[in-house]
Design a protein around this ligand. Structure first.
Ligand SMILES: *Cc1c(COP(=O)(O)O)cnc(C)c1O
Length: 378
């Protein structure tokens, strides 16, 4: 039997591990030179726009909302098909999440529905980017400019994706990245926020560190209850090394995804992600399928358990935000966002990480095909 296949597997080289030991011996453990170096490299990656690191993408989204002045009485439009971070942070700053549906295949938010959801209370749009195909970014920013709305891109999954030759983060408004171990690059935990100018960067430095500002005599003041989201240097040291390897990681992930597209055949058919375009630089963090559950006798849990029994770990991305208990408290209910709800019911994330081989992908495809064939309704 093939060895067990993990769902994700971050790749840390020996130089990075030795580098972490050097940071630990240096005595500068947090808010030090490695954080500055990592932020400089992230800024280079984002065409020179200012970037500030935080302890997670979740912190980055919270701080981004605070930076935009979003609070009680404000509405923020976001996709019903996303990770809990987005719902949580909108509610945490006191604003109201307004959900819209997504495309079934790309999972990107539907801009026509965004436009229809705008009210005088709307302050911002938070689109979540998915592996495979980006939202029409020109149309998104044209809409945001026309309606005078801020855009906070949830780019946790897509560092390395490009739009018309530009890296995500190199243009736009506010952009949030994650360096959780399951993402394209890791800092153990960590996140970053791409900003428009130095004034925003200074505000983020305050918001991520207790809300502290300095008076002319260098005594400290607090006017806003800031968080404690500054990244330790150990994490920045790892993130910096990982960023240098991003092109190599992405090439490997793309090759594995090409293999998924050529090897994946089931009866009945699954809905696959959008086919990659070789020029687009799209980053592939996950390979998510939709199961044809209405033509199967097994349910999703049985499908995932059968894969786990054959040594293949899977994930689920994502539940529908408006149907979570918190989403329902904010007015969410069934039957309004049918694509997000169908994805929430049918989605399964298959293993995809740089430690895999093309033979591993073939193995996953074979096992998936067997389990689906075995569970086919007559
Ligand atoms: C992982 C993820 C987040 C949260 O990132 P953290 O760094 O763990 O806070 C947010 N949004 C999406 C789409 C994600 O995949």
């Amino acid at each position: 039997m093939a060895t067990a296949l993990k769902f994700a597997a971050p790749e840390l080289d020996e130089t990075t591990i030795a580098g972490v030991v050097d940071v630990l011996r240096s005595g500068q453990l947090t808010s030090g030179p490695w954080v500055q170096a990592f932020e400089r490299e992230l800024s280079n990656f984002c065409a020179g726009r200012p970037v500030r690191t935080l302890t997670s993408a979740t912190a980055a989204i919270e701080v981004a909302l605070q930076l935009c002045g979003v609070g009680p009485g404000d509405e923020v439009i976001t996709g019903a098909q996303s990770f809990f971070t987005v719902l949580n942070m909108i509610v945490k700053v006191g604003a109201k999440p307004v959900f819209v549906d997504c495309d079934l295949v790309t999972r990107n938010i539907d801009l026509a529905q965004v436009e229809a959801a705008i009210t005088p209370a709307t302050r911002a749009i938070i689109p979540t980017h998915y592996p495979g195909a980006l939202l029409d970014m020109d149309a998104l920013f044209a809409l945001a400019r026309r309606q005078k709305l801020r855009v906070i891109e949830d780019a946790a999954l897509v560092i390395g994706s490009r739009w018309k030759g530009w890296n995500i983060g190199a243009f736009g408004d506010l952009v949030s990245f994650s360096f959780h171990p399951n993402k394209n690059i890791t800092a153990i935990e960590g996140g970053a926020l791409v900003l428009n100018d130095e004034s925003e960067a200074r505000q983020v430095e305050s918001l991520r560190f207790h809300g502290i500002t300095y008076l002319p005599d260098r005594t400290r003041d607090v006017a806003y209850p800031g968080g404690k989201f500054n990244l330790p240097d150990v994490n920045a040291r790892i993130g910096l090394a990982q960023l240098a390897r991003l092109p190599q990681f992405l090439a490997k992930r793309r090759a594995l995804v090409d293999r998924y597209f050529s090897s994946f055949v089931t009866d009945p058919e699954c809905v696959l992600p959008p086919k990659p375009n070789p020029d687009d630089g799209y980053s592939w963090n996950m390979f998510c399928i939709l199961l044809p559950l209405d033509r199967l006798t097994i349910d999703r849990k049985q499908f995932r358990d059968a894969l786990a029994a054959r040594g293949i770990a899977t994930g689920m991305s994502y539940e529908a935000l408006h149907l979570s208990t918190l989403g329902r408290k904010m007015g969410g209910h069934e039957g309004v966002h049918s694509n997000a709800e169908r994805i929430a019911r049918e989605t399964v994330t298959l293993p995809l990480h740089t430690a895999m081989s093309e033979a591993d992908v073939d193995h996953v495809c074979t096992v998936v095909a067997e389990i689906i064939a075995g569970g086919k309704a007559q």
